[in-house]
Design a binder for this molecule. Structure first.
Ligand SMILES: Nc1ncnc2c1ncn2[C@@H]1O[C@H](COP(=O)(O)OP(=O)(O)O)[C@@H](O)[C@H]1O
Ligand SMILES: [Mg+2]
Length: 291
């Protein structure tokens, strides 16, 4: 445990958000009025990856994963990739832009839409499933990934078996993922969930550590960023905060967000905490009643 995290656990008020406050006001109102809570989540800025923001960095994540693997593993890399099964194959006719999928989708844009729609549905299911007392496990994260992407990809919910990186940064070696996820469960997930109400700085640090550690592991072939933001949203709701607004992580904010992931490698969560403080502040602004 880093000193920061020790301090956090000691300082935090042990008061948990009452169940009735666990959902943001707008989502609760929509549920009460039997309106479409999905639309309410969206209005509240809670869309984890609104269309057009699907990747923090516009890049062909698939191609980059391929080239990284190739360069990191030398001459037989392509063979390794092929040997790793369905997760490394592309949909035929997609010009290596779309991973092989159950829906026969070949255009990247169509896949963005399909993944986004599925995420919206999954998010609502999880808001209802995981209440303010829930302690998240590695298994929960696999289930969430499976519920979200299971109708699209064969490998949904299963840890990746290929090494991948982004922007020159290599995520955890695939062989270490099961152990690292167990460590995450015993570490950040155990300490920070259920996420306890506190001042925004404290909650931001809890979200930051959990998110950054999950991003460093990058357990799944794709969808890690959105899954991590979904978990952060659920944790924020546990702490009585509104549905999060992740726009500070996009556009001009992307550099700080990515730097926050890199800093977490050496146990420094302060940069990521600052990013989550902005995410929480943006959520509060959006949740404020309009007069
Ligand atoms: N250069 C980078 N270094 C470290 N992490 C990165 C970098 N670029 C992107 N990321 C992280 O990886 C996530 C994207 O991973 P990915 O599995 O493709 O998720 P998604 O499909 O949901 O975007 C980003 O949201 C961010 O958290
Ligand atoms: Mg991706």
């Amino acid at each position: 445990m880093t000193p920061d995290v020790c301090a956090l656990s000691n300082e935090r008020s042990l008061q948990r958000a009452p169940a009735s406050l666990s959902l943001s006001k707008s989502v609760r109102l929509a549920l009460a009025k039997d309106q479409d809570p999905g639309a309410a989540v969206e209005r509240a800025g809670g869309v984890i990856d609104p269309l057009g923001y699907l990747d923090i960095r516009p890049e062909s994540s698939v191609d980059e994963a391929m080239s990284r693997t190739r360069s990191s593993s030398g001459t037989v890399a392509m063979g390794r990739y092929e040997a790793s099964g369905v997760e490394a194959e592309f949909e035929s006719g997609s010009r290596r832009r779309v991973l092989r999928n159950h829906l026969g989708i070949r255009r990247a844009r169509d896949m963005e839409v399909a993944e986004s729609r599925a995420l919206r549905v999954a998010q609502l299911a999880f808001i209802e499933r995981f209440g303010p007392e829930h302690r998240f496990t590695a298994r929960n994260l696999c289930d969430m990934h499976k519920v979200w992407l299971g109708s699209i990809y064969e490998w949904a919910g299963r840890y990746r078996t290929v090494d991948i990186g982004k922007g020159g940064f290599q995520f955890a070696h695939a062989g270490r993922i099961p152990d690292l996820m167990t460590e995450l469960e015993r570490g950040a997930l155990h300490r920070h969930t259920p996420c306890i109400a506190g001042d925004d700085e404290q909650v931001a640090l809890a979200l930051a550590e959990t998110h950054a550690e999950l991003m460093l592991i990058h357990p799944f072939r794709d969808g890690n960023g959105r899954l991590g933001r979904l978990l952060a949203t659920l944790m924020a709701l546990q702490a009585g905060l509104p549905v999060l607004d992740f726009r500070p992580m996009y556009g001009k904010g992307a550099d700080a967000y990515i730097a926050g992931i890199h800093a977490a490698l050496s146990g420094n969560y302060r940069l990521m905490q600052a990013v989550f403080a902005m995410v929480i502040a943006a959520a509060r602004r959006r949740d404020r009643p309009r007069v």
